[in-house]
Design a protein around this ligand. Structure first.
Ligand code: GLU
Length: 500
């Protein structure tokens, strides 16, 4: 007898017989080092908070040479938006994450859409029912609400009351005949503690009595989030789950589900949720913060990743980290439990760093065709090099394009407050063959006696209308000669006494 055959599809095994799968999945789990996943529901676009969760799970897997999976939690189909899943995948790929299996890329752990895994949930549910861990419940939500209110009135904890929830047989028959479908509830342990060693927070525990008999399957037969998510993590061999602290109570529930199923539980870690600048919760339903809006504004993925990576995790290097640096340096035990605010100023800071480091060959793709429309083809590279350190967004590249390659004169002409005769001397030198700002500066110094800032400041203003911008040498190298001439001439005062 050799080793068991390596598992090529733990999920497929469960489809045949539950028992085999339980053994097979354990083997799978031991064999693979670290398996993490990101499991969004396909409703709306991803926001910064989702992406930070995805990033840290990706780092954890990639840093250990493990596997990173994507799972679409789409059992609640009523809420799925048209094309939302595709957009989410595109956002993740843009961000720089890669995955070993996902809705667009099958792998042994798949399928990766919960809607394609219903059979697995049905089997697991059957197993729980057979072993007395699940039961049908015909009590409706309004009834339960009423019961909780009643308990509260009597000074009792408003807990789910299992005994009360069991209806007499005749009533069940009556409800069934009236077409009411039951939900399936988990028979949660009512005493003891549920504990785990949280990857972020260390040992945690919750009194089992707080778990209550939560819903495993809704009355339409669809699996509840808690249940499907736990079954999937076990069957996919997921070893580590980093997620928001809003899932802390869910974790206790999922641990008891997996225990009842005899399935391995992943190690869970709970991170503080990201708050907006004003301290309020980020939400993916507020489109303003969607990943797509950052991407559309030209924020570089690496800038976004560096911003998010610093929300709750310390890094040795103060500068821009590559995705590989992040994977290599990530340690979930170093994640903080302190609340983190997403700050736009930080996005700008990392955009500066990422743009400064962007390979020249990638600048044109980043800026996009609209920002380069008016730039002669042979000058595009030089133009982008000239302006890259003065812009943060493609829209700003477009502004520089309009300034440098737009109409020859600036309208209205900027107020340069230059020394008298300065522009006449500069124009004279230009017409005599000077080609850059240094030669102009020498001529102006000779003729009017001013130099340095007193020349370069008005010169920059006359050429661009701005007080700051690219290096003057770079401006002379890309601007059309006629434009330079026309803008110098715009500021030449008629000689005293000359006829208008
Ligand atoms: N679909 C869940 C969510 O988006 C996944 C939670 C988890 O990571 O387990 O919140």
């Amino acid at each position: 007898m050799g080793l068991p055959t390596p598992v090529t599809g733990a999920a497929a095994a469960l489809r045949s017989t539950g028992r085999v799968a339980i053994r097979a999945v354990r083997y799978h789990y031991a064999l693979m080092s670290i398996v993490t996943r990101f499991a969004p529901s396909p409703t709306g676009r991803l926001h910064a908070g989702n992406l930070r969760t995805a990033l840290f799970n990706w780092c954890l897997a990639r840093g250990a040479g493990g596997r990173f999976l994507l799972r679409s939690e789409d059992t609640d189909v009523a809420r799925e938006g048209q094309g939302d899943l595709e957009k989410q995948l595109a956002d993740l790929a843009w961000f720089g994450l890669d995955w070993d299996g996902g809705p667009d890329r099958n792998a042994p752990e798949g399928p990766f859409r919960q809607s394609e895994r219903r059979e697995l949930y049905r089997e697991a549910l059957g197993h729980l029912a057979e072993t007395g861990h699940a039961y049908t419940c015909y009590r409706t939500e309004p009834e339960l609400k009423q019961r909780r209110a009643e308990l509260r009135r009597r000074g009792l904890p408003p807990r789910y009351d299992r005994e009360w929830a069991q209806l007499p047989h005749a009533e069940i028959v009556r409800r069934r005949q009236a077409g009411q479908m039951p939900v399936i509830r988990f028979a949660a342990p009512q005493t003891g503690e549920v504990g785990w060693d949280d990857l972020v927070r260390g040992p945690r525990s919750l009194p089992a009595a707080e778990i209550a008999d939560f819903i495993l399957a809704r009355s339409d037969g669809s699996p509840g989030f808690l249940f499907a998510n736990a079954v999937d993590d076990a069957l996919m061999g997921v070893t580590h789950v980093l997620r928001g602290e809003d899932h802390l109570v869910n974790t206790a529930r999922q641990l008891v589900i997996l225990e009842a199923l005899g399935q391995p539980a992943p190690r869970y870690g709970h991170m503080p949720l990201l708050a907006g600048e004003d301290g309020t919760k980020l939400s993916k339903r507020t489109g303003a913060m969607s990943v797509g809006s950052f991407r559309d504004a030209g924020i570089l993925p690496l800038a976004f990743a560096n911003t998010l990576a610093r929300l709750g995790h310390p890094w040795e290097a103060p500068g821009l980290l590559s995705m590989q640096d992040m994977a290599a340096g990530f340690d979930p035990a170093r994640l903080t439990t302190a609340a983190q605010r997403f700050d736009m100023a930080q996005v700008g800071h990392w955009q500066r760093a990422a743009l400064d480091a962007l390979p020249a060959a990638d600048l044109a793709a980043w800026a996009g065709p609209a920002a380069l429309e008016g730039v002669p083809a042979g000058l595009q590279e030089k133009f982008l090099e000239a302006v890259r350190h003065n812009v943060l967004r493609p829209a700003e590249v477009a502004e520089w394009q309009a300034i440098l390659f737009g109409p020859p004169t600036l309208d209205p002409p900027p107020d340069t407050a230059a020394a008298p005769g300065l522009f006449a001397a500069a124009l004279g030198a230009w017409e005599a063959g000077a080609t850059d700002h240094r030669q102009l500066a020498a001529a102006v110094k000779d003729a009017v006696g001013v130099g340095g800032k007193q020349f370069f400041k008005p010169l920059r203003l006359a050429l661009t209308g701005r007080t700051e911008g690219p290096d003057l040498g770079a401006l002379f190298a890309v601007m059309p000669g006629d434009t330079i001439r026309a803008r110098l001439a715009q500021h030449v005062q008629p000689a005293p006494g000359a006829e208008a």
